[in-house]
Every structure is written in C-alpha cells, then in structure tokens.
Ligand binder design. Structure first.
Ligand code: XUL
Ligand code: CO
Length: 469
C-alpha cells in the first residue's frame, strides 16, 4: 500500500514538473507571456467562516463596515513585489527552490515586464488595491546609471499602463541601496563620497518614478546605513551625512511636486551589525535632532520590532504617540529564530493589539498594510502565494473585529482610565500642566497619609482582552 502511494506521489510530482517545463518553454518562445499566469486560481472571494475553501477569505470582507469604515479602507493591503515576484527560496546554504512557470531564469527586461504582468494579475485576483516595490526589483540594473534608469523607465511605463487598466495603486516605492557591492559601507552613510552621490542619484530617480506612478508614500529603509565596528567609524559624521541626504530628499520631493509621505522604516540590524534607525524611538530622536519631524513618518515592520527587543504593539504605540505612525509592514518573526524571517502574521492576539493602535490612530491612510512577507523556502506551489496572503489578510481582519469589540465594549478603556484617575484632580491637573513645583508637592505630602496604591489589574485587563478573541 505504502509503495503504491509513493508511486502515485512520484507520478504527480513528475507531471507537475513536466507541466511547469512545458509552460516555461512556451514562454521563452514568445516575447510576451500570452494569457493568464494564474490559470488554476479563481478570483479570491469572501465565503465566510464556514468555508473550507483555502482559496477564499473567511474573515476579510472588503466592503464590510467596522467602526464606520470599510475593511479595505482600514487596511489598504499591499503586495510586496520583491518577496512575491523576486523571492526565490534561495538561502546562504541552498539554491533557489521556487520555479514559477513564468520565470525564464534571467534578469532581462523582457522578464521584468512579464513579472510586472504577473504582479497585476496576482493583486487583482487577490482583491488587493496596492503594491510596493524597490527600483531594482522591477527592472534590471545597468552598467551605468543611465542604463539602469532607462530599464526602470520601460518597466514603469508598463506598470503605469497595467495600473490604469486594473485600477491599482502604488502604496510606496523605494530605492534598493543594499544589494550592489558599491553600497557595502552604506549609501547615505558610506565613507565614500562617490557612493553618497550615487545613492542620491538612485533615490532621486526612485522618487520620480514613485511620483509618476501616483505612489502615496516613499520609504527609506537603511539596511546598510550603520556600522560593523565603532573602531573604524565616525558615527557623528555618518549621522550628519544621513541627515543631509534626507534633507535633500525633502527638497527634491517638493521640487517635483510629490505629495506622498516620506517614511523611515526602523530596523536594529541585519544586514548591518548596528543600523542607525534602530527602532521607533531612536528614529524619532534622530528626526527631531535634524529638524525632520514634519517631513517624515515611520513605517513599522513587526519583525523589525521584535528584532529590536520590542513587541510590534510597542513600536506602533511609540510611533502613534509621537504622531509618526505612517505605515505597517505586516509580517512576523519566529519566536525561536533570531533573524528577520518575514513570515505572514497568523497570531490573532498580536493582530488584535496592532489594530487597537491603528483604530486609536484613526487608521493609517495614506499608509497601509504592506505584506513584507515571504513563503517559506519549502513552499513551492503557485497557490501557496495566494494562500499566504489570504491567511495574512484573514488574520488582520480578525484582529480588526476583535479590537472593534474591545473598543465598543469599553471595559478595557475604563480600566485604564480608572488606573490614572488620581490625576483627574486639581493637583493632578497642576502636575500635568507642569505647574506643580517640588515645594508644592512636598507641602502636599506633609498634609497626607501614606499614599494609597491601587492594583494595576493586569490579569483583569488580560481577561477582558482574551474574551474578545
Ligand atoms: C528589509 C525590509 C525592506 C524594506 C524596504 O528587512 O523590510 O524590504 O521594507 O526596503
Ligand atoms: Co519592510
């Protein structure tokens, strides 16, 4: 019996490999991929909780209103081009594992255009309105900046045409300043002036194409803006350079009439040992020091939050209370693995905490939820790309519904209000307005008994929280 099952399995695997090979050869004969990329995948619909169909939403119902806003407007979900269309499954120990039928194994302009077509079919079938990209994901680099820019222009012209046809939008664009060896010391913080200049020219072009595509935001993620050792690093000079770079970006944004939000995406390390935009608070302090708080917001990525030793909720709250919550790179790490695994988020309590902050913030538009997340190396079917996004979207929808329940119920907010009610007094107001000096407080202490200290009620807060899940 076992032998027979194994033989059938082998036959199926062979059939599938043959099928891929046949489709791939078809594609390499013609200049353009004809027809559909995802022939086996229907348009993903909401089927409700009882559905057992893996290619359907059980919770995410785009048009459903929650707290007066449609689900799709709370989330503004976006597909990350780099993971979904450039992720190969390769890792430092092993070769690529994903052999998508439309790939011909090259980084040609022809291939870039084919991928772009696949991208728009994918986001349309998934029912998502936005996508995000790095300049070098969507078009091949060139031997010169001019050549790279020309390639980018061709890919962007097609993207523009497909965006209009499919009614899709760019959530954010960005420049890839970490892959090319010239950026080994960083871009804006490189010790080499010519590299600083190159990075500026690349960002200039990436901002221009993001603007051309009607992008709603532009992201700076400083993967190599940091140091490996302080012994050979002038940290003060590098940070000053980073600031002048960002100030120049602001001037360029205004010059070209780009009204999108500029976002910085904090991450503590990886690939650099220490990244300057370590976490939300460090980045907020950097922006304040250099007078950039009016011009930038933050793009909080959950896996970056946990890498910096914080929860995603902590980073979102830090951004929110500083008026800097701009966008969310929705993903998660692995509790046992110490690096940026970029997994799709499936933790419902975490999604609920994320949505509590997003609701408190009144939403995050013009930002959104970008799935900066990838399939595991071992997930190699085309349908896995859809299933991964479906589970990510359903998880966030459950988070939204739970958070709305908690807000409508009000007992958690009441618990927090009560906890600080000793400050809802005349003296409390004096303290909070900065009018109570130490002499006044010393006088009050002399008039009162030993302070009454109430319970923090953490377990009750947790009880209320979990009852909404
Ligand atoms: C890397 C990361 C980037 C940024 C964009 O960890 O998150 O993909 O989101 O450069
Ligand atoms: Co990210």
């Amino acid at each position: 019996m076992k032998m027979k099952a194994a033989k059938i399995l082998l036959l199926l695997v062979c059939l599938k490999a043959f099928c891929y090979a046949a489709q791939a050869s078809k594609s390499s004969d013609s200049d353009e991929w004809e027809g559909e990329f995802f022939t086996e995948i229907p348009k993903i619909k909401y089927e409700g909780r009882s559905s057992k169909n893996p290619l359907a939403f059980k919770w995410y119902n785009a048009e459903e209103e929650v707290l007066g806003k449609k689900m799709k407007d709370w989330f503004r979900f976006s597909v990350a081009f780099w993971h979904t269309f450039r992720g190969t499954g390769g890792d430092p120990f092993g070769a690529p594992t994903k052999h998508w039928p439309w790939e011909d194994g090259t980084n040609s302009l022809k291939m870039a255009k084919r991928r772009m077509r696949a991208n728009f079919e994918f986001i349309d079938k998934l029912g998502v309105d936005f996508w995000c990209f790095h300049d070098r994901d969507i078009a091949p680099d060139g031997l010169t900046l001019e050549e790279a820019n020309q390639n980018l222009d061709e890919a962007v012209a097609l993207a523009q045409e497909l965006q209009t046809k499919n009614k899709k939008k760019v959530l954010w664009g960005t420049a890839q300043l970490f892959m090319h060896s010239r950026y080994m010391h960083g871009g804006a913080t490189s010790s080499e002036l010519e590299v600083y200049a190159y990075a500026a020219a690349q960002v200039k072009k990436a901002m221009e194409v993001t603007h051309y595509l009607g992008g709603e935001n532009y992201v700076f993620w400083g993967g190599r803006e940091g140091y490996q050792s302080l012994l050979n690093t002038d940290m003060e000079r590098e940070l000053n350079h980073l600031a002048t770079f960002l100030q120049a970006a602001v001037r360029h944004k205004k010059k070209i009439g780009f009204n999108g939000t500029l976002l910085i995406e904090p991450k503590p390390q990886e690939p650099t040992k220490h990244q300057y935009d370590w976490d939300a608070a460090t980045t907020a302090n950097f922006l304040r020091k250099y007078g950039l708080t009016e011009e930038f917001k933050l793009n909080i990525e959950c896996n970056h939050a946990t890498l910096s030793g914080h929860s995603c909720h902590h980073e979102l709250e830090t951004a929110r209370i500083n008026g800097m919550l701009g966008n969310i790179d929705a993903n998660t790490g692995d509790p046992q693995v110490g690096w940026d695994t970029d997994q799709f988020l499936i933790d419902i309590p975490e999604a609920t905490m994320i949505m509590l902050t997003v609701i408190k913030n009144g939403g995050i538009a013009p930002g959104g939820f970008n799935f900066d997340a990838k399939l595991r190396r071992e997930s190699t079917d085309v349908e896995d790309l859809f299933i991964a996004h479906i589970v990510g979207m359903d998880t966030m929808a459950r988070g939204l519904k739970n958070a709305a329940k908690l807000i409508e119920d009000g007992s958690l907010a009441e618990l927090v209000r009560k906890r600080y009610q000793s400050f809802d007094t005349k003296l409390g107001a004096q303290i909070e307005n900065g009018e109570a000096d130490f002499e006044l407080l010393e006088k009050k202490v002399k008039e009162m008994d030993e302070p009454y200290v109430a319970s923090a009620k953490q377990e009750l807060a947790e009880l209320i929280f979990q009852s909404a899940l």
